[in-house]
Design a protein around this ligand. Structure first.
Ligand code: SAH
Ligand code: SF4
Ligand code: F3S
Length: 437
């Protein structure tokens, strides 16, 4: 068998998957494969998949089917499916998509180099959890200015609707010394902004070290200029963390705090382990301690048995929280979860209506929040040019918002002060503040 020389990775799903893809790319490159920009040129195509909603899986399967054409034109092409859907479907995936060569789960994917080399003990379907080497693998840098650093894998919360604990396993912390070392290496390499990743960063624990403790260590032992983290579970976000953020400008003022529902009854059925009141005690504390903070969330509509009144409570909570932005979803049954045993009784049309109502409300709130930024000078990391206009630079503000501005002699990766002049619901528009004016 001809050994693949080039590879291309297609990534679906969340930032955790993006981070895993970078780590996998690094593992493949260490073993002599080179990365190519297009799947048309790759001897090995890797699809890193997501299982969080049925649609995410359908999309990945659609892409995999389409990839059969590569096998026709270049029969030596190998196709590997890794990540969450690989973990969930295991061998069954080969029945669904027979031209797939390898199926490697969320932890096993990093053994892909061994698998393609046919190293003893490997097989084409591997989905056991656990891999002691994972946090020793250094991801490749996807760009010159920002990077993800995974602080824990998996999740032990088992929210009743969610597949993540099943496909990623229980929460396992990465070694703090390794986290610090990775950040130092990235900063040495020129990275200015680092996002620490975990499904629930606030439940991080390694020995005596909790999440605020980890952040203190990172602040003390690395020169990282801009640090972010996600996701924060409302039940575990501590005042200690908020106090730390309030006094430390290197911790950027953005908190992603998924509410999911504004109804206590629904939250309970979701297994979220907080009430609306407890959630807002946290939000109020954040707003009291941090003069400037961007608050974002995830919201889920149409959970089994959710009534119109309960949905109205979600609208009410959304108004009250004044989210800068939100990811909003309609409930999708995930086989094997606790909610899958409940009847999915909110009709699809009703779910769509609720979602549209919520999106409309949230867009109006986002517009208001963004307009409040007008006049502010944001220290922003230049990420490239605007997707719509190549004459405009695109940068990320401290609050994780996109700001567009004009300027000469700007370079990607620079941190520049931009004064916000106007805003829509998604983007800020500004002007560069020159040192001399
Ligand atoms: N760990 C993160 C969420 C990871 S999944 C947290 O707890 O916030 C990202 C989002 O997908 C969730 O916040 C939820 O809003 C949504 N989601 C999860 N399972 C879903 C399902 N079965 N149907 C629809 N949306 C879902
Ligand atoms: Fe899923 Fe809940 Fe874990 Fe988030 S905290 S990944 S929603 S189980
Ligand atoms: Fe992320 Fe999707 Fe897996 S949201 S953890 S890629 S199921």
């Amino acid at each position: 068998m001809q050994r693949p020389r080039t590879f291309h990775i297609v990534t679906f799903g969340c930032q955790m998957n993006l981070a895993d893809s970078s780590t996998l790319a690094s593992a493949l490159m260490t073993r002599g494969l080179s990365r190519v920009d297009s799947e048309d040129e790759a001897d090995l195509i890797v699809v890193n998949t997501c299982s969080v909603r049925e649609k995410a899986e359908q999309r990945a399967i659609g892409r995999l089917n389409e990839m059969q054409r590569h096998k026709r034109t270049r029969p030596h092409t190998k196709l590997a499916v890794v990540g969450c859907m690989a973990q969930r479907l295991k061998d069954e995936l080969i029945d669904v998509v027979p031209h797939v060569d390898y199926v490697l789960g969320t932890d096993r994917q990093f053994e892909l180099p061994d698998v393609i080399d046919g190293i003893e003990g490997t097989s084409k379907v591997m989905t056991a959890f656990g891999h002691e080497e994972i946090d020793r693998l250094a991801p490749i840098k996807e760009n010159s200015f920002s990077a993800f650093v995974t602080i824990s894998r998996g999740c032990s919360n088992y929210c009743s609707y969610c597949i993540v604990p099943y496909v990623r396993g229980v929460e396992r912390p990465h070694d703090p010394a390794r986290i610090v070392q990775s950040i130092n290496e990235l900063v040495d390499d020129g990275v200015v902004e680092i996002t620490l990743l975990g499904q629930n960063v606030n439940s991080y624990r390694s020995g005596d070290l909790d999440f605020p403790g980890l952040l203190r260590r990172v602040l003390d032992e690395t020169p990282a200029r801009r640090l972010r983290f996600m996701t924060s579970h409302p039940k575990d976000l501590s005042r200690d963390l908020v106090d730390l953020m309030a006094g430390e400008p290197r911790l950027l003022p953005h908190i992603h705090l998924p509410l999911q529902s504004g109804s206590d009854r629904v939250l309970k059925k979701m297994g979220r382990k907080y009430t609306v009141q407890q959630y807002f005690e946290t939000v109020d504390y954040i707003r009291a301690r941090m003069a400037y903070v961007s608050l974002t969330t995830d919201l889920l509509v149409g959970f089994p048995t959710e009534t119109r009144e309960e949905f109205a409570e979600t609208l009410e909570a959304t108004r009250r929280a004044r989210y800068d932005s939100a990811f909003m979803f309609r409930y999708s049954v995930r086989p094997g979860t606790a909610a899958a045993r409940m009847q999915d009784d909110v009709p699809e049309g009703e779910k769509i209506d609720r979602l549209n109502t919520l999106i409309e409300l949230q867009q109006a709130i986002a517009l208001e929040c963004n307009q409040r930024e007008v006049g502010r000078v944001c220290e922003s990391v230049v990420e490239g040019t605007s997707r719509r206009s190549r004459h405009l630079w695109r940068a990320r503000t401290e609050a994780n918002k996109t700001v567009l501005f004009e300027g000469d002699g700007i370079e990607v990766g620079q941190v520049v002060p931009v004064r916000v002049l106007s805003a829509d619901a998604f983007t800020l528009h500004g002007a560069l503040v020159r040192e001399d004016g």
